[in-house]
Each structure stands twice: as structure tokens, then as C-alpha cells.
Design a protein around this ligand. Structure first.
Ligand code: ADP
Length: 485
């Protein structure tokens, strides 16, 4: 693999209690661009996960007791180290995940921005005093860390999905155990190395890497020492994990699948809409949960928009993420490519038309050609399931009411986007869309100051913003009585 400037960022074992932990078995991490093995990692067991939880539990009281300013300093130091090693972390991320290097470095900066934001926010966790009902009482509200947090994260943002959760948890005063996706553990382990260098105390940030997601998941969701469980991943697994959390009544945050509509109204600035769409559709080869999944275009501008989109897609460069000027890397796995094939096949059998792409670059590669398909309808699997690939699927609509109805006709409710310049329409559409996040004339909406999260079966809980911190805090009400003389 390409050489990192700082080879010590390459770690091949789980990390808890401030130590790198060996295991009896190991597994390979491969580069999706060429199948090369880039590392062999110790494969942790359920017993190991319990040890990591024990480490977090032991560290919890001391971490919570530190002044917020002290926790903030350590988080800032961690953030600085991530930025200092942005090139190495970006390269590592591209090698195990496949996204273009520029995007990978962007993800490191994005992940680090959560550490910065929550470090600052940690110092502003204010309680309340509430006017009491009687003169001999005072009512005070304290906010306190929930306790040990466990998290399970996906492969599509190997750094940022962890940073987003860990930053808020640590800022709040919680200790943290994460199981990253087995396809992309190296970025998580590099984060642990930097947490260690930043001086984050042993047991506060722990990483358990394993091929046995189910067994580790069982520990993280069922162990009574874990107070909160935070998951980003597929809806089916999220539902299962939420059920597992029920017996110990854990607090749960779920960031699950999406099915984002991207609506282009006939008064939209079409060029701006194309720019927004290209970012929201093709970033990470279409493998993000806020990715545009359905493009809804008003009849009157359908032909003009389709033509512009085809031109823009024609300019995309597919290739190994470490090569220069690549826009789209490989998909993560064979199954991911097969799924895109199946969705397209079913759509074309039902009348949709593929204008470009529609297949892998070569039969044995994970590079999927950027694809444009029109004549899609909302009943097709292509419009109801997450594509998670570089496929722009266009449907048409006649009027505003139809657009909103189509957009909402899904069990998901994560992100939605629309383009319009009519102020009345903007308000009506923004309020009518049943989604947790809406980009209005904007295709890139995620940043640490804003609450990221969904409604309906896209989950609950928020990451980023003051709401993201609140998710890691308990509210305690104090009633002081007997104050009258
Ligand atoms: P994706 O489609 O992004 O791979 P998954 O929900 O399968 O979505 O994976 C997201 C995370 O959930 C990964 O870390 C994966 O290892 C983990 N995971 C998958 N299945 C389970 C399970 N049964 N229990 C716990 N974690 C799981």
C-alpha cells in the first residue's frame, strides 16, 4: 500500500484501556479498487467487547468529573492531530474505503470539525432554574452525562461517523466504545492512536474491531453498564439493535437508511440544481445515507434538465481514488454492484430507460459506471430502496402537490432537497416534506453546527448542534425544599 508519512498510524488491533489488544484470530482488510490486502487485523470476540465496556465503565466517573474546559482541551488536541495528519488519514481512508483522495481528506476535516464544535459546546452546557410553586422551594435543572456510550458505525464514512458520535459523547462527559465496520477498521484505529497521543485518558475512547458484528452488537446493546447506544447503518439492523436495547432500557439514537428526493421545480435555477445534484448524488459514488435517491423533475423542465445532467455525468472520471482528478471510486463490494444491477434491471423491465452507464466498468471490477436512467416511477424498487451507487434516476411530475406527495411516499425520512426560487413555494415545500433535513437550493447540508438526523424509519436522535449534545445528557431536576425560615 501507499506509504504513510507516519507509519505509526497503522494499527492492527483493537484498543481499550489505553492498550492495543491482541486476539487469537485475525482478518484481512482489502482495497476495493484492486482487491489488495492492506492490513491484517486482530479479530476481537464478545469477551473482548465486554472488557472494552469494563474499561469505559471504569473510566466513566473520572472523565465525567473533569471540568468541561479540560475535556474540551483534550478534544481540541485530538482535532488538531487529526488535521495535522489529514493526508495520512485521508490516504488510509481511500485505501480501505475507495472514495477519491480529495473526498477522503474532506471527510477527515469534516470529522475533525465535530471534535472542534463539541469541544466548544461542552463549555456551554447550561442548566435551568425554574420559578417554584411555593416560596420555600427552589427548582434547579442539571444536565449530566448519561454514562458509558456504545456505538456501531458503517463503512461509508469510516472516520466521520465515529468522530460525530465520539465528539458529542466525550464532550458531554461520557466514555465511549465503538465497533467500526469490519470493511474499514483502519481509520478507526488511527483515530484511537491519535486520541492516545492527544492525552485522552485510558478507557475514555475504545475501539473493538471484529468480524463478528452480531456477537459484539449483542454485548454493546445488552450490557447493563452501557447507558446509551448509538447506531448508524441499515434500517433492518437498526431495528434489531433497538429491540436488543429494550431490556436494559438504554437510550438509543438511530441514524438509518434514507431515500432522498431531489425535486427540481420549473422555476428553479437549473444550473444551480445540477451542481447541487452532482454533489448530493455522486459524492462517495452514491454511497451516503443522505444521497439523492430519486430525482423528481417538473414536466416543463424535464428535457432541459435531463440533457444538462447527462452532460455533467459525462464529465465524471471513474478510477482508483488515489489517482489524480478522480470523481468516483469503486463501490464497496461485489454485492453492492449486484444490487445496483438488479435495481436497474427491474426498472428497465418496467419501462425505465438507461441513457448511460448501467453496468460495471469491467465484469470483475467494483467500478460502476455513472448512470442516468429516466422514466422511473415511484413504485419501482429503484425508487423505494436505497440504491447506494452512482445512479441518477429521474421521475417526472406535473405540479407542486404531486411532487410533495411523491417525495413523501416512502417509509424513510432522512434528507430531502428541492430547487425553486419562488418564496411561497419554498415555504410550502419545506414544511410539507416529511424529512428530518431539507436542503433548499442546496445539495450539501451536513455540518457540525446543524442537527443531522431523520424521521419515520430513518431513525431518531440528532448528531451535531446543541441537540446532538443533548442526546448524550440526562436531565436531573433538583427540588430544594424547606427554605422558609
Ligand atoms: P451497511 O449496509 O452500511 O453495511 P449495516 O447495518 O449492515 O449497513 O452495517 C452497519 C454496521 O452495523 C457495521 O458496523 C456492521 O458490522 C454492523 N452490523 C451488521 N449486522 C449487525 C448485527 N446483527 N449486530 C450488530 N451490528 C451489526
Amino acid at each position: 500500500m501507499g506509504k504513510l508519512h507516519d507509519q505509526a498510524l497503522l494499527k492492527y488491533a483493537s484498543y481499550w484501556q489505553g492498550n492495543w489488544q491482541s486476539a487469537a484470530r485475525s482478518f484481512n482488510v482489502t482495497n476495493p479498487a484492486n482487491g489488495e490486502i492492506i492490513g491484517t487485523v486482530a479479530d476481537a470476540t464478545a469477551a473482548d467487547a465486554k472488557k472494552a465496556v469494563a474499561a469505559a465503565d471504569t473510566a466513566q466517573a473520572d472523565w465525567a468529573a473533569r471540568p468541561a474546559a479540560e475535556r474540551a482541551k483534550l478534544l481540541m488536541r485530538w482535532q488538531q492531530l487529526m488535521l495535522e495528519h489529514q493526508d495520512d488519514l485521508g490516504l488510509l481512508l481511500t485505501l480501505e474505503q475507495g472514495k477519491p483522495l480529495a473526498e477522503a481528506k474532506g471527510e477527515i476535516a469534516y470529522g475533525a470539525s465535530y471534535l472542534e464544535w463539541f469541544a466548544e459546546e461542552a463549555k456551554r452546557v447550561y442548566g435551568d432554574t425554574i420559578p417554584a410553586k411555593s416560596s420555600d422551594q427552589r427548582i434547579i435543572v442539571l444536565k449530566q452525562p448519561v454514562g458509558v456510550v456504545a456505538a456501531i458505525t458503517p463503512w461509508n464514512f469510516p472516520n466521520a461517523m465515529i468522530a460525530r458520535k465520539a465528539a458529542a459523547a466525550l464532550a458531554a462527559g461520557c466514555t465511549f466504545v465503538v465497533k467500526p465496520a469490519q470493511l474499514t477498521p483502519l481509520s478507526a484505529l488511527a483515530m484511537a492512536e491519535l486520541a492516545d497521543r492527544a492525552g485522552i485518558p485510558a478507557g475514555v475512547f475504545n475501539v473493538v474491531v471484529s468480524t463478528d458484528a452480531k456477537a459484539i452488537g449483542k454485548v454493546l446493546t445488552e450490557d447493563p453498564r452501557v447507558a446509551k447506544f448509538s447506531f448508524t447503518g441499515s434500517t433492518n439492523i437498526g431495528k434489531q439493535l433497538a429491540k436488543q436495547c429494550a431490556d436494559t432500557v438504554k437510550r438509543v439514537s438511530l441514524e438509518l437508511g434514507g431515500n432522498a428526493p431531489f425535486i427540481v421545480f420549473d422555476d428553479a435555477d437549473l444550473d444551480a440544481a445540477i451542481d447541487g445534484l452532482m454533489a448530493s448524488k455522486f459524492r462517495n459514488a452514491g454511497q451516503t445515507c443522505v444521497c439523492t435517491n430519486r430525482i423528481l423533475v417538473q414536466d416543463r423542465v424535464l428535457d432541459a434538465f435531463t440533457e444538462k445532467l447527462q452532460q455533467a455525468i459525462g464529465k465524471l472520471k471513474l478510477g482508483n481514488g488515489t489517482d489524480d482528478k478522480v470523481d468516483i471510486g469503486p463501490l464497496i463490494s461485489d454485492e453492492a454492484c449486484d444490487k445496483v444491477d438488479e435495481l436497474l434491471q427491474q426498472a428497465t423491465e418496467n419501462g425505465a430507460k438507461v441513457h448511460c452507464g448501467g453496468k460495471r466498468q469491467a465484469a470483475d471490477s467494483l467500478f460502476y459506471l455513472p448512470t442516468l436512467v429516466t422514466g422511473v416511477n415511484n413504485d419501482m424498487a429503484l425508487a423505494q430502496q436505497e440504491i447506494f451507487g452512482p445512479v441518477a434516476a429521474i421521475q417526472s411530475f406535473n405540479d407542486e402537490a404531486e411532487a410533495i406527495k411523491l417525495a413523501n411516499a416512502t417509509e424513510f425520512g432522512l434528507a430531502a432537497y428541492f430547487y425553486s426560487r419562488d418564496i411561497g413555494r419554498i415555504w410550502r415545500a419545506a414544511e410539507g416534506l416529511h424529512y428530518g433535513m431539507v436542503g433548499v437550493n442546496e445539495g450539501m447540508i451536513s455540518n457540525p453546527v446543524a442537527p443531522f438526523g431523520g424521521v419515520k424509519q430513518s431513525g431518531y436522535g440528532r448528531e451535531g448542534s446543541k441537540y446532538g449534545l443533548a442526546d448524550y445528557m440526562d436531565i436531573k431536576y433538583l427540588c430544594l425544599g424547606g427554605l422558609d425560615k
